[in-house]
Design a binder for this molecule. Structure first.
Ligand SMILES: Cc1ncc(COP(=O)(O)O)c(C=O)c1O
Length: 414
């Protein structure tokens, strides 16, 4: 019962979630309304997620009302599943894929599966790029750390040249929830937008929704959702999407902004610099004396778990506070007030990786989170990539793919 013991210990120590999922250890939103017994399957009366025409179709219909002109489909395998299905489907009708910087690994996986090539561009280049009617722009909005940019002008530019836009809005399911929050790409007619309901709204992990404007594109995406997604969808996850949707529709942000202000005040009293993002539910934290990694360790020592840390700072995903939420806000403030702020004493990981320089990467190297590839499979590992990998490892940031490359080249040298 290893995992059970680990999870129980996290709850017993009253760990405080400043990370995804948005229900924050079941302290935000309406998940307590869901009973384990609801874990049923597609029996008579409970519809079929892959060809819905009953209760699930009606729920999709409710979700579609979120933005005018879209058809929504719930998914239980996350935005990853939506990206795989959308890219695979659209690769049948469009030849060129243009990827804006900061794309999640699932986008590259989808392109590899579909056997299509891509061009990488920066966000700034998107508005100057010569799109054609054969083109698809894949864009991530907002970024993982809650930055936004002028998505309206980018979508407008692509459409004016006849291309289409797929927006990875994994971190934006709460956009437009209330005044003061950023606005979704769907207000600017993104052709396909995918939102992870589980990340910033109070839904179960893997809950996601894909929104599609064009009926034909919707139908071809549905075909590939059926290919990529489990044929045994979790009714718990789907019920949590319904609860999160109700939460979204009824949300009043007064408590959120009030508690957010209080939290920022307490952080500043501890000399922690707070960098606000376009998304008010994300805060990047720094300390003038200690490193982000050390700061994250100080929080964790107090049982406060951030979303991630790196050179960008320590990332907090804030709870969407509401009336009668169960989030331990007072405890959070108390722990920050009494937290011992010191430089980390944990040992630096010493891994010799210099011999990877100039080698061909055999498995993509991806710091996780955020899941944006640093070196793609098949590319040469440059000396600057080696330096970045060493830096991530020294900072105890999880990084996928390093082990596979090390093992591959170690064996080769033997
Ligand atoms: C930008 C981005 N896109 C897509 C995903 C995948 O989303 P999901 O976890 O819902 O599959 C993530 C996950 O972290 C992400 O950060």
């Amino acid at each position: 019962m290893q995992l059970y013991r680990k999870l129980t210990a996290m709850i017993d120590e009253e760990s405080i979630s400043m990370h995804v999922p948005g229900h924050k250890n079941n302290t935000i939103g309406y998940l307590p309304r869901i009973d384990w017994r609801y874990d049923m399957t597609e029996i008579e009366g409970l519809d079929d997620l892959h060809e819905p025409n009953g209760v699930l179709e009606r729920l999709n219909g409710e979700l579609s009302k979120k933005y005018d002109g879209y058809t929504a489909q719930m998914m239980v395998n996350g935005t990853t599943n939506g990206l795989l299905a959308a890219i695979y489907a659209i690769s049948k009708s469009h030849k060129r894929f243009i990827i804006a910087e900061g794309a999640h690994k699932s986008i590259y996986h989808a392109l590899e599966l579909a056997g299509v090539d891509y061009i990488s561009v920066t966000i700034e280049e998107c508005v100057f790029f010569s799109f054609t009617t054969d083109d698809v722009l894949l864009i991530t909005y907002p970024t993982y750390i809650g930055e936004c940019f002028n998505i309206e002008s980018i979508i407008h530019h692509v459409h004016s040249l006849g291309g289409i836009v797929i927006t990875d809005e994994a971190h934006g399911a709460h956009f437009d929830i209330a005044e003061g929050f950023p606005t979704s790409s769907m207000n600017y007619q993104s052709d396909v937008t995918i939102q992870s309901y589980h990340k910033m709204l109070p839904a179960l992990t893997m809950a996601s929704v894909i929104f599609v404007r064009d009926r034909l594109i919707y139908q071809s995406i549905m075909k590939y959702i059926d290919y990529f997604e489990t044929s045994s969808p979790s009714y718990l996850v789907m019920a949590s999407i319904e609860q999160a949707h109700g939460f979204y529709n009824d949300y009043n942000a007064e408590k959120f902004f009030h508690k957010r202000e209080k939290l920022i005040e307490v952080l500043k009293e501890r000399n922690i610099e707070v960098r606000m993002q376009a998304d008010p539910a994300k805060l990047l934290l720094f300390h003038p004396v200690i490193t982000p990694r050390s700061l994250a360790e100080c929080f964790i020592a107090q049982g406060i778990y951030p979303e991630m840390w790196g050179d960008e700072g320590v990332l907090f995903c804030l709870p969407l506070f509401h009336d009668n939420d169960r989030f331990p806000f007072r405890l959070l403030l108390e722990r920050i007030c009494t937290m011992n702020i010191t430089e980390s004493t944990s040992v630096t990981i010493e891994v010799s990786i210099d011999f990877l320089e100039n080698r061909v990467c055999v498995q993509s190297i991806i710091p996780y989170p955020p899941g944006v590839p640093l070196v793609h499979e098949g590319e040469r590992i440059t000396s600057s990539a080696v330096k970045s990998i060493a830096h991530y490892l020294n900072n105890h940031v999880r990084i996928e793919g390093v082990k596979a490359n090390l093992e591959h080249y170690k064996n080769e040298d033997d």
